[in-house]
Structures are given as structure tokens and as C-alpha cells.
Design a binder for this molecule. Sequence first.
Ligand code: AMP
Length: 282
Amino acid sequence: MKVCKDISSLKKEIKGSSFKRKTIGFIPTMGALHKGHLSLIRRAREENDIVVVSIFVNPKQFTNSQDLAKYPQTLEQDISLIHEVADVLFIPTADEMYPHGFDSMVHTGRLSEIVEGKFRPGHFDGMATVVLKLFNIISPTRAYFGKKDYQQYLIVSQFVRDFNLPIEIIGCETVRELSGLAMSSRNTRLSDDEQEKACVIFRALSVGKSFIERGEDTIEKIRHEMQVILDREPMWKTEYLEIRNTSDFSEKETVSSDVVILIAGFLGDVRLIDNVEVAFKA
Ligand code: AMP
């Protein structure tokens, strides 16, 4: 695996003659890699000739400077986890991505103002800005995004359509610990005891899902039953618990199509998000 720190060496690496006419699978990440990231990289390996991974903790998508300062960085470990699966690792600095004078941002629309966007204003514009830059630098055939960040996956799919970018966006299933806890770089900031407590998120999601599968269709009732479970964990503070249509993220009073149940909140000072999709059976 080649490691490139700047845009020009990365371009040389992937646009070099040996890589011509080959398909490129791209996985943007912020590092502190785990089996969730690895599942995206493995899928890209199966479906493309060349696999490019980026690690960049993008300051423009952090709405809380403490969260940015505390974001885990484990480059050596990351390299050993992926060096046999990926071909190229791109690890630019913030100055490389946003040189002096940088003055443009992607503005994402309605999808970025609701659910997660309500609590992190500007987050999705920052994310879309760096993703667009990375897409332009790498020109991937396919880009892989985890449904763990469901709204991010929807927004990227939308802006690729809106801007006619010739890139296929692939959504990948969430990888979980045996306990059900969704793997996340932020989990490393939780003690073993806190990780156990964080399983309350998946317990609540599973209860919501089984309510719907058993025919309950009143959103308020499902949310109430889920909130009861979350409230039993004193260390957990819910930020939102929402049930949205999977296709356009619209909100209804009853379940009448495929939905995604989304939860965000804090366990101590660590912010966690998770979701499950539920197929609608008429
Ligand atoms: P991040 O490094 O957190 O920005 O994540 C990079 C990519 O990995 C995003 O597309 C995430 O949705 C995806 N990802 C993170 N955690 C998981 C997980 N547990 N399962 C599947 N994909 C994940």
C-alpha cells in the first residue's frame, strides 16, 4: 500500500499509466479504523481494480472544537489494519486540503437541516465540501459509505445526483460488536463499563423495530416505548429519537413505507449515533 501525504503524489499514483482504465473504489474516513471501516474497504476490494482510502479529520465538519481535539488518531494501527486490502492511503494535512485563501463551501439542502443537522448546523456542508474535494482529486468509479451515518449516505447520494458526478455511491450495512453496539471510532473513548451501557441504544432500536414488525404503526407510540428503554440508563442522554422514511427522510404520523429509526445522544461526554432500517409490510 502506497501512503500519499499530498495531492500531487496521490494523483501521480492513481493516474499513473499502470492504473489507466482501471476502476477505483474509494472509502473516505477520519481514521481510528475498525472492522466497520474494514467492511467498506473489503467490499471496494471485491468490486474494483484499485482501492483508495483517505484518512482526514476534517475540521470543517466539526461543530464542537472539543470533539475535534479529542478525535482519536491511530495512524500506525490504521496502516497495519488495511495495508493488505487497500492500494493507496491518502493522509493529507488540513493545510493541504484547505490552503491559505480557501474560500468555497458546498451548501447542502433540506436533508442537512433536519434530524442530525438540527443538532450540528454546518456539519453536512463541511462533510460535503471535503467529500467533493476528495472525489475531484481521486475521480473514483465507486465510493463506499456506511449506513451507520445514514443521513450522510443520503446527502452524499443526493449531491452526487444534483451535481451529475459520475460516481456510484454504495451504502454498506452497519458492523456491530457482539453486544449490538455499532462500531465507532468514538467507542475508544468509552470505558468497558460505558460500552456496556451504550448498548441501550441498540436495545431501544431493536424494540422499535420489533414493534413495527409486529404491526404497530403509530410513530408516537413506538417512540414512547423506545424512550422508556433509553430512560432506564441514567448515564444516557437522548438528543433525538426519530422515525423517518428511508427514501426521502420525510416524517409521518404512521408507518406506511420502509423507515429508518435513528437515535443520537451522549453517554457521558461521548456523542454516539445509530440507526436501524425497518422494511414495511402492508
Ligand atoms: P468515519 O471515519 O467515522 O468518518 O467513517 C468513515 C466511513 O465508515 C463512513 O462512511 C461511515 O459511515 C463508515 N462507518 C463507520 N462506522 C461503521 C460501522 N460500524 N459499520 C459500517 N460502516 C461504518
